[in-house]
Design a protein around this ligand. Structure first.
Ligand SMILES: [Zn+2]
Length: 308
């Protein structure tokens, strides 16, 4: 990585720590938003621009927020009433616009939905790219399931395990309560969220810390959350309790250390059998990305699709 690229990555990390909006340009190039507005206004600006027509050089703005490993399907609600046909139509109508934003994206039909494969450049000057493999079931409430790999510089490498889901190592870029994406939603936005998640991984790899806000297991027992933070959070990262300002060492770390470590671990393992080691992609996903097999069926690799 050149010093220039590293400097860009560092500035993006600082923007994430400060909750400033980022832009995601065509082909998934993440850049700073010149005006550094608060993230909350970003989506409105983007919609406004879309309404005025698009150009090849358009960019999309992404909120700098993100969250931890409590991704999952949306609870049953309004969206669960959307039929299979509506979801299929909602995704298929977007294929042309998706190709404008992510020109190398391709879709493949599946018995239970659609696979989306896309490449993202992440930041300017990077000698590798990310490939996203995304299962989009047509069953409302199941949610998307995406896996990310570094490609274009040799053997594909899985991107994880930080902020991936237990049991399948899929991308955890947002939680339902973030309200940034819904079943049937904009696929470019979904890939933008995955792209910003990937730039955070790159920052972690290069600088040794996850940039920006992060959550532990939301809604879990406080001791389970404490264990998660102890394992996952570095001292100089924003605290895994979701703090927007405090680093772990100055926020929850002292209270996390007061629990009996063995008790924390056994409680965590009772709630998350297998624990952190379960965060790895299904074998069939790995075989596909390594060119050893065809795409798996969505029902084979999507946990929510495995259960009625
Ligand atoms: Zn905290």
């Amino acid at each position: 990585m050149t010093p220039e690229t590293k400097a860009v990555l560092q500035r993006i990390g600082a923007a994430l720590d400060e909750h400033r909006a980022l832009r995601v340009h065509v082909h998934g190039l993440v850049a700073l938003h010149q005006e550094s507005k608060r993230a909350v206004s970003a989506k409105e600006n983007w919609n406004e621009r879309q309404g005025k027509g698009r150009s090849a050089a358009r960019s999309r703005e992404r909120p700098a927020r993100r969250k931890g490993p409590t991704c999952g399907p949306r609870p049953a609600g309004a969206s669960s009433r959307i039929s299979v046909d509506l979801l299929r139509a909602a995704y298929q109508v977007q294929i042309a616009s998706l190709k404008e934003a992510y020109p190398e994206s391709r879709t493949f039909p599946d018995e239970d939905g659609m696979w989306l494969i896309a490449k993202s450049s992440i930041i300017s000057g990077l000698m590798r790219e990310a490939t996203f493999l995304v299962a989009l079931p047509y069953r409302s409430g199941a949610g998307p399931r995406g896996w990310a790999f570094w490609t274009a510089d040799g053997q594909p490498r899985w991107i994880g395990p930080r902020h991936t889901n237990f049991y399948d190592g899929s991308i955890c870029a947002f939680a339902p309560h973030d309200r940034v994406w819904f079943d049937g939603g904009d696929l470019t936005t979904l890939l933008d969220l995955y792209t910003v998640w990937t730039v955070r991984h790159l920052h972690l790899e290069v600088f040794g810390r996850w940039p920006g806000k992060q959550y532990a297991l939301l809604g879990a027992d406080p001791r389970v959350q404490a264990y998660y933070r102890k394992i996952e959070c570095n001292d100089d990262e924003l605290c895994g309790c979701g703090s927007e300002t405090l680093r772990y060492a100055e926020c929850c770390k002292q209270s996390d250390l007061q629990w009996d470590p063995m008790q924390l671990m056994s409680l965590f393992l009772s709630r998350v059998p297998g624990g952190f080691s379960t965060r790895r992609p299904p074998r069939s996903v790995l075989e596909f990305i390594n060119g050893q097999s065809h795409l798996p069926r969505i029902a084979e690799v999507h946990l929510q699709m495995n259960s009625p």
